[in-house]
Ligand binder design. Structure first.
Ligand code: GLY
Length: 276
């Protein structure tokens, strides 16, 4: 983790915490925490989103709140800085949960969302050569996510990403799939995932962790058991933020590192890249 990334994570935690402290909803805190990270260009989301093999940034995001179990998501959106806000708009302004591709981008633009287009040298790879270059790999540079609990006892979770290395155009990972990349339920808690999306999807990891909370596991045990299964059964790789409706939380990862942090409002926000 660079010092710029650490400072940005601390700033994002402060934005989220101050919103909660002033009585805002967990949903708003999650959205605005993630917006700081998307705007920074320092993480694999928003301005910093990774390119697909045709040289285009296509981004995924989702958000969910645990009171009414409302959720919204976008997949493969292009040219906007804040996919997390597009996901919230899907949740709040439509009867749908997920919008994809150029029509998700068109939807976002209806709300005059701030635009961003990365200028990349044109790539002239044939589809055949893209297939040769493609190889699933770890999400090394950080999908961003957040979980929060507000004064009313409502939890929320969100995540935003540019995907993984060497993605075929059109590839979508776990982040916009509710139950895989995020889940939030006031009866259990909120979960936000980072990592290799193909493995996270196959075990519906975020919902799996919530289900273990329902069975009475602590956040640390729930996360450990699900991540162990992910590694043992499908050689997967992930990290998670888990926060219960009683305010207990854990950060765990099966990867060697995971940049993350938390703040109780006292001292400086804690930011590290290894949590055990
Ligand atoms: N976890 C982000 C992705 O696989 O796209």
């Amino acid at each position: 983790m660079t010092s710029l990334q650490a400072a940005c994570l601390q700033a994002a935690l402060q934005v989220g915490y101050h919103l909660l402290d002033r009585g805002s909803s967990a949903l708003l805190a999650v959205e605005h925490t993630i917006r700081v990270l998307e705007r920074s260009g320092l993480f694999n989301a928003g301005k910093g989103a990774r390119l697909q093999l045709d040289g285009i940034q296509r981004m995924d995001a989702s958000i969910m709140e645990g009171d009414s179990l409302r959720a919204g998501a976008v997949a493969s959106v292009e040219g906007i800085i804040h996919p997390i806000t597009a996901a919230r708009l899907v949740m709040e302004e439509t009867d749908h949960v997920l919008l994809v591709g150029s029509l998700a981008t068109k939807f976002a633009r209806c709300f005059k969302m701030e635009r961003h287009r990365l200028q990349t040298p044109l790539r002239h790879l044939s589809y055949g050569s893209m297939l040769k270059r493609k190889k699933s790999s770890l999400d090394r540079h950080g999908t961003v996510g957040a979980v929060a609990l507000d004064r009313t006892g409502t939890v929320a979770a969100g995540a935003s990403t540019g995907g993984i290395d060497r993605m075929l155009p059109g590839r979508v990972g776990d982040t916009p799939i509710i139950g895989c990349g995020v889940y939030a339920d006031n009866e259990t808690g909120a979960v936000s995932m980072t990592g290799w999306g193909e493995s996270i999807i196959r075990l519906a990891v975020a919902k799996g962790i919530c289900d273990r909370l329902t069975k009475g596991n602590t956040p640390a045990t729930a996360a450990r058991l699900v991540l162990q299964k992910l590694v043992a059964r499908i050689d997967g790789s992930a990290g998670c933020l888990v926060l219960t409706h009683q305010g207990r939380f854990t950060i765990r990862h099966s990867t060697p590192h995971m940049m993350a942090g938390y703040w109780s409002g006292r001292g400086a926000p804690v930011v590290k890249d290894v949590f055990r």
